[in-house]
Design a protein around this ligand. Structure first.
Ligand SMILES: [Fe+2]
Length: 193
């Protein structure tokens, strides 16, 4: 639901009663609201990670350059651990690890599929795959950054550690993708097919 009560396809999985509704005497409500928001966002990123886990082997198969293929495979293995860490955070909350459809990541991954189709066999394919993968990483970085901050606010130290580990890995992956683009993929993309 949107704040105005209409259905939203752009905002994923936020509960309709998270809005802060009081002054300083409403500390309990603030906490409850933040916990709800935290859990809703966890469900969003759990759905996203599971989708990414399925998409990465396809991207590894599609990539031309060996270093990019290897990078996607490595990140696929890391993503398996990302899912496990999220399951652990749900455990800390005493909740079942259940994802919720996120149209945001669905759209980003769809664009990646389009690039794979449209640039198949073209010199620009790898540069396009890198751009798609970086859109995914940036989505994850914003989610994990927020979740880590909220876990700190909620005093969930173990969750902070778990979320931060994943956040660091997403950032390293993003940098590795930039390095591959700079070293080879962008130059190759400039060549005529
Ligand atoms: Fe991830």
């Amino acid at each position: 639901m949107r704040l105005d009560g209409t259905e939203s396809s752009a905002i994923c999985s936020f509960p309709d009663h998270f809005i802060y509704s009081g002054g300083a005497s409403h500390g309990h409500e603030i906490r409850k609201s933040l916990e709800n928001l935290f859990r809703a966002t966890l469900r969003d990123i759990l759905y996203a990670e599971r989708k990414i886990l399925k998409a990465l082997p396809k991207m590894a198969r599609a990539a031309e350059a060996e270093d990019l293929k290897a990078g996607f495979k490595k990140h696929r293995d890391e993503t398996e651990v990302h899912v496990e860490r999220l399951e652990q955070v749900f455990e800390l909350l005493g909740k079942r690890a259940q994802g919720k459809t996120c149209p945001g990541i669905d759209g980003i991954l769809e664009e990646g599929e389009e690039i794979m189709d449209e640039f198949k066999g073209a010199p620009a394919l790898d540069a396009g795959l890198i751009s798609a993968a970086q859109a995914v990483e940036h989505y994850e970085i914003t989610r994990y950054g927020t979740l880590k901050r909220w876990a700190e606010e909620l005093g969930m130290k173990d969750a902070v550690t778990l979320l931060d580990q994943t956040l660091q890995e997403e950032a390293v992956t993003d940098e590795a993708l930039t390095a591959i683009a700079d070293a080879s993929a962008n130059d190759r993309a400039k060549k005529a097919a």
